[in-house]
Ligand binder design. Structure first.
Ligand code: MG
Length: 162
């Protein structure tokens, strides 16, 4: 399932390194010495969680079905293709990821959703035929959760349970 999710993200234009870059942006003021290779491990640990994998596969499949016109509901297809701002179910799915990692993940997700760094800005530009309504929030939530792992890990001297 892990490999399926990583491949699915990659097929939609998101590498784990892109997510790690967002996590570094979130934590660089607190931990200026963060290294990509270490943060990438945090991102991989987040994606290794079953709940996270379920959110990834659910959200991305809804995006794909919308852009392929395969959703039974035309109303839902229009909402997803327009990335309708009052829809909010994409954010709720992302909270499901953040909830595993606590309040630091939730506040970081809120911040990342406002600032839209790097890959998230790219996913949000609404250019091209790809529907990213769920994907941008999933990516933001994984980055925010990795940032939470970093914060908790450093707090414990980086050698304890994260
Ligand atoms: Mg969205």
């Amino acid at each position: 399932m892990y490999d399926v999710c990583v491949q699915l993200l990659q097929d939609r234009g998101v590498k784990l390194e892109d997510i790690a870059e967002c996590a570094i942006m979130l934590q660089k003021d607190y931990f200026p010495d963060l290294r990509m290779e270490n943060v990438l491990q945090d991102v991989k640990q987040v994606v290794a969680k079953r709940e996270v994998q379920h959110a990834i596969i659910t959200g991305i499949n809804l995006d794909i079905m919308a852009e392929q016109g395969k959703l039974p509901s035309k109303e839902l297809e229009d909402i997803l293709m327009d990335d309708y701002s009052l829809y909010g179910v994409d954010e709720v799915l992302a909270y499901g990821i953040c909830n595993i990692y606590g309040s630091i993940a939730l506040t970081n997700y809120g911040y990342i959703d406002r600032v839209k760094p790097g890959i998230i800005a790219f996913l949000n530009n609404h250019e091209g035929p790809q529907c990213n309504t769920f994907l941008d929030d999933i990516v933001g939530a994984i980055a925010a959760s990795a940032a939470s792992r970093i914060a908790h890990g450093k707090e414990k001297g980086d050698n304890g349970e994260k």
